[in-house]
Design a protein around this ligand. Structure first.
Ligand SMILES: Nc1ncnc2c1ncn2[C@@H]1O[C@H](COP(=O)(O)OP(=O)(O)OP(=O)(O)O)[C@@H](O)[C@H]1O
Length: 348
């Protein structure tokens, strides 16, 4: 478990982390979500004792990092996958870290096997692809078989296969009862990976909640409805004070009506009372992107070009990256299209 209490970090006049309190529970993947510059890396460094807080505390399994007797056995982290001597082999890199932390050498072969690097264990780590480097970084984090794991933007720059592997691996680690805390600025990716979210903007806590609740609470729910008598249907719904929008036929299917701020129960009962036939009655859940915009408001450094156009990103603020696929609303590479958390946002 990780517990942050009033965590604050100032760099001169910059307040990178501002009175942040949150808890990360074991047995779950918790996403640490926020736009670039929100303070995620700084927070992770403070959790790991690499930076000292200007105020507040953070505890790992009840203790500050400096108090941990065997830190690698309690907490493992992947902060920078390229932190490795380029001429060392993967195995000797791990052996060196194991030896300096009194971890038996046999554990090196175990972690190489766990991350699927056994076949290239003797090769120079400097020649590894980013995906292989990430696996080596994860193997390093796992050396002490820790109960708490931190990953800072682990899928950045990976191909779809690499992203899928990391996602499934994190879920597996959480399934083993470990505390898994993973930072990302990719909202859709977190919707597929994390069960819980800690959301920050400009160093402040915006929300701590389950991913499902985050989407449900922060975005309006609407209902898509369709039948053979569309005009009558429209009249019945508006006569009851509901807000109705026409959805033209298109990629989403035949022409339909979108009833905003409503539920399928409400619409179904209304229509049933007047005996109208329906061909479709479906809940349209807000996307994580919409929920994020609604909650973060002015706390994000750059925002979407508009609702209903996920993927459209305004030019970022000075200093923020503008790589294609790097914005907060970029589609997750390798994402399955079936996850309900990311569906339903395109009809508004
Ligand atoms: N060593 C430092 N000295 C001065 N300012 C810093 C330092 N480290 C971070 N900052 C500033 O603190 C703020 C938070 O940065 P941080 O890297 O923690 O954000 P982040 O959410 O991890 O963003 P990113 O995803 O871009 O790394 C930024 O404004 C950053 O410029």
């Amino acid at each position: 478990m990780i517990e942050a209490q009033g965590l604050t970090k100032r760099y001169g006049r910059t307040v990178a982390v501002n009175d942040l309190s949150f808890t990360v529970q074991p047995g779950r993947v918790t996403g640490f979500l926020g736009p670039n510059g929100a303070g995620k890396s700084t927070t992770m460094r403070m959790i790991l004792g690499l930076d000292s807080p200007s105020a507040g505390t953070v505890r790992i399994n009840g203790q500050r990092y400096a108090e941990l007797r065997h830190p690698l056995r309690q907490v493992g982290a992947l902060l920078d996958a390229k932190w490795v001597h380029p001429n060392r082999s993967a195995r000797s890199h791990l052996r060196w870290i194991a030896a300096s932390n009194r971890i038996p050498p046999r554990r090196v072969d175990e972690v190489l096997e766990i991350v699927g690097l056994t076949g290239v264990a003797g090769k120079r780590a400097g020649g590894f692809s980013l995906g292989m480097s990430q696996r080596l970084g994860i193997a390093t984090a796992l050396l002490g078989d820790p109960t708490v794991l931190l990953f800072d933007e682990p899928v950045n720059g990976l191909d779809p296969e690499g992203i899928l592997w990391i996602r499934q691996f994190m879920q597996r680690l959480a399934g083993e009862g470990r505390t898994v805390f993973v930072s990302s600025h990719l909202l859709s990716e977190m919707a597929l990976t994390a069960q819980d979210l800690v959301v920050i903007g400009r160093g402040r806590l915006i929300a701590q909640t389950s991913t499902r609740e985050f989407i449900d609470n922060a975005s309006e729910s609407s209902v898509r409805v369709r039948g053979p008598e569309m005009q009558r249907l429209h009249g019945v719904l508006t006569s009851q004070g509901l807000a109705v929008r026409d959805l033209p036929a298109g990629d989403d299917g035949p022409a339909a009506l979108l009833v905003t701020n409503s539920t399928t129960e409400q619409v179904g009962e209304l229509v049933g009372r007047v005996g109208l036939v329906l061909h479709e009655l479906s809940a349209q859940r807000g996307s994580l992107e919409q929920a994020f915009i609604q909650l973060t408001g002015g706390d994000v450094e750059y925002q979407s070009g508009g609702l209903g156009t996920p993927g459209a990103v305004r030019p970022p603020a000075q200093g923020a990256p503008a790589q294609p696929g790097e914005g907060p609303f970029a589609a997750p590479a390798g994402a399955g299209q079936t996850d309900p958390a990311t569906q339903g946002g395109t009809t508004r």
